[in-house]
Design a protein around this ligand. Structure first.
Ligand code: ADP
Ligand code: MG
Length: 453
């Protein structure tokens, strides 16, 4: 019960927190007691206690209170022993570090220290629909014949749409079918950190050797290699060494290789030499199917009306879909009462009509800058540099398309430009869109960011 309650809180917090912050502050936290309206949250150290109280205290209280009105007070305490008993896979070493996958790990202890794989991500519990069937089919084929069919396999798509799940499913499936093969899953930030520390400690040779023994190398969120030249170079060598030996390489990214800025040309062409599959947005039927599958998994029944409400309101992010469901499941268990539509609406109020869901000028500019790896200042400057002009025109286009802003308004927002500049930008992008599939795809990916962040 306490566990579920805390999981519901974490699921919620995760939606509004960066993965790094989330992992830093919420790892190894739990509800240690709950009675008479008082909840005590156990944290591993004094620093985390202070941080949670000050930065997250309000949000945590709100969520708890919305799940159970009885809860009137939340306090934090440093747990005496920072270590919990962890179940370890045989052969893995020490308590070590918990791998940082940027995902919410309810069962962190289950993550295999050798492979970094979380056994909860499998093909069996991955729901397939038109939006992800190509990616799923390719992943499944790669898992059946590692290194033989699609190499590298490159999967891309927006936030919370199942990339990590699919990548890890490949790893778990390979281990199941070929227990002797060596599989490694690693988020690209971790790979980068490994390169940096090996260079510092003069252990590059070791680092290389370690990677060359891997049969299936899975690197998540490869877009974070953008601009990291040294890491890209090391990755290129690792890639070639494995590729030549027919070892399977699986990669994910939030965008296709051609849209990753500052990616060495030779890497880009390596990525494009294999299979590229995208994951787009799930349609309504699949969203319902996903919700139903998750209900079964959690052994909870919810009314169709309730599932329909969630599926109609959360369209672009499966993680959010799950977050909403977790909330209802927690409520259901705590109150021993299935939430009806009215209760559901109020439980999901801040999830569904969260202010961050509303598209704004700021959000568009931010999403475009991030996508093209520019500073917001640069986009609204009057620089004529090619790498800035195009993103700026796209931002102007999106302001018009998504917000129906007037051209004079758009001009003003971009450093006091004339409305004719805005019109020109809009027309140019519109025309280009008719001819260029690449551009259409880039703009779609940017929109995903605007709507899902
Ligand atoms: P991404 O890596 O693309 O940001 P994740 O793989 O972390 O997304 O998926 C977010 C959450 O949604 C995970 O809990 C995952 O298990 C779930 N999920 C995503 N796609 C599916 C699917 N097709 N079927 C079932 N669950 C899914
Ligand atoms: Mg992911």
């Amino acid at each position: 019960m306490k566990e579920e309650l805390w999981q519901a809180v974490l699921a919620q917090i995760q939606l509004t927190t960066s993965p790094a912050n989330f992992a830093t502050w919420f790892r190894n936290t739990e509800i240690t007691s709950q009675k008479e309206g008082k909840v005590v949250v156990g944290v591993p150290n004094a620093f985390a206690k202070e941080w949670l109280e000050n930065k997250y205290g309000k949000a945590i209280f709100k969520i708890l209170h919305s799940l159970d009105e009885e809860i009137k007070e939340v306090s934090y305490e440093v747990r005496k022993s920072g270590l919990r008993i962890l179940k370890r896979a045989p052969g893995s070493q020490g308590l070590g570090q918990v791998p940082e996958t940027g995902q919410l790990e309810f069962q962190e202890f289950e993550i295999d220290k050798e492979t970094n794989l979380n056994p909860r991500y499998t093909f069996e519990n991955f729901v397939v629909g038109p939006f992800n069937e190509l990616a799923q089919a390719a992943a499944s084929a790669a898992a059946k014949n590692p290194g033989q069919v699609y190499n590298p396999l490159f999967i891309y798509g927006g936030v919370g749409l199942g990339k990590t799940h699919l990548l890890q499913a490949v790893g778990n499936e390979v281990i199941k079918n070929f227990p002797q093969r060596k599989v490694k899953y690693i988020p690209s930030e971790k790979f980068t950190a490994g390169v940096v520390s090996s260079i510092r400690n003069r252990e590059m040779e070791n680092f290389k050797l370690k990677y060359q023994t891997i049969d299936v190398l899975i690197i998540d969120d490869i877009q974070f290699l953008a601009g990291k030249e040294k890491t890209q170079e090391e990755f290129f060598h690792t890639f070639n060494a494995l590729y030549e030996k027919n070892r399977q390489i699986v990669l994910s990214s939030d965008r296709p290789p051609k849209a990753i800025p500052a990616l060495a040309e030779r890497l880009r062409s390596r990525f494009e030499g294999g299979m590229i599959a995208d994951i787009s947005y799930p349609d309504y039927e699949t969203r319902i199917a996903i919700l139903k599958a998750k209900c079964l998994e959690r052994k909870v029944e919810l009314q169709d009306e309730v599932l329909g409400y969630i599926a109609s309101n959360i369209q672009r992010n499966i993680r959010e879909l799950e977050g909403a469901l977790n909330r209802l499941v927690a409520y259901r268990r705590l109150q021993n009462l299935a939430p009806d539509l009215e209760i559901t609406k109020s439980l999901l109020k801040n999830l569904i009509s969260a202010p961050s869901k509303i598209v704004s000028v700021k959000k568009i500019i931010q999403a475009v800058s991030e996508f093209y790896d520019l500073k917001e200042k640069e986009i609204i400057s009057s620089s004529r540099k090619k790498e800035i002009v195009k993103p700026r025109q796209i931002a102007m286009y999106l302001l018009r398309e998504e917000l129906k802003s007037s051209f004079p308004f758009i001009g003003r927002k971009f450093g006091g430009k004339d409305h004719t500049t805005a019109i020109h930008a809009f027309e140019k992008v519109s025309k280009e869109l008719e001819k260029s599939e690449n551009l259409a795809e880039e703009i779609n990916l940017i929109k995903q960011r605007i709507f899902s962040s």
